[in-house]
Design a protein around this ligand. Sequence first.
Ligand SMILES: CC(C)(COP(=O)(O)OP(=O)(O)OC[C@H]1O[C@@H](n2cnc3c(N)ncnc32)[C@H](O)[C@@H]1OP(=O)(O)O)[C@@H](O)C(=O)NCCC(=O)NCCS
Length: 184
Amino acid sequence: MQLSLKHCGIRSWRAEDAATLPQFANNRNISRNLRDTFPHPYTADHASSFIATALDQSPETHFAIEVDGLAVGGIGVRLRDDIERYVAELGYWLGEPFWGHGIATEAVTAISSFAIREYSLQRIEAWVFHWNPASARVLEKAGYRWEATLRRSAVKEGQVIDRMLYALLPEIPQDTLTGTKASR
Ligand SMILES: CC(C)(COP(=O)(O)OP(=O)(O)OC[C@H]1O[C@@H](n2cnc3c(N)ncnc32)[C@H](O)[C@@H]1OP(=O)(O)O)[C@@H](O)C(=O)NCCC(=O)NCCS
């Protein structure tokens, strides 16, 4: 997979990204805003094992954000199943030296369109810790809408926290929702 955007690219992970990934991922300013599955400290072993898992996925749902030929961040979705099989959860992070240039907004916008099309989604959700207004702003700029604040809905670094729930819904004719396309 490869998307060429104005400020960055989004592409499949490569095994060789493991060597350089920790220099961007090993940062508490990043890990404190993500699920605990994103480790801190972040080592080359973590990078190798994450990339191997990402490359083993079918369909592929986790991608690198590339700037100047280097993987400097990650973006992807978790596909839900059962009654939520048309829903996915978005996640993303970017190396701190690249913050503040519109890269995440561009990447979130592009991956959202890609994911809606590629996985036939009716809804993409993103969960933002209450202390992370930059991420909330990224989602708003990418067309996501705030739906709720889920009080005490997570624990991070020993603190029970509120999370904001954002969602993006593609414009889909109502008859498609009840017709055969929704029967999978
Ligand atoms: C959140 C993150 C992805 C943003 O990446 P980025 O490339 O800097 O984002 P953008 O430049 O596209 O947009 C950032 C926006 O947030 C705004 N912003 C930054 N800090 C802010 C703050 N403290 N309060 C309010 N807005 C803030 C910026 O001004 C910008 O908005 P603007 O264009 O209207 O000025 C990056 O900081 C990151 O990786 N953080 C750690 C991981 C993370 O939080 N992932 C998301 C989990 S939900």
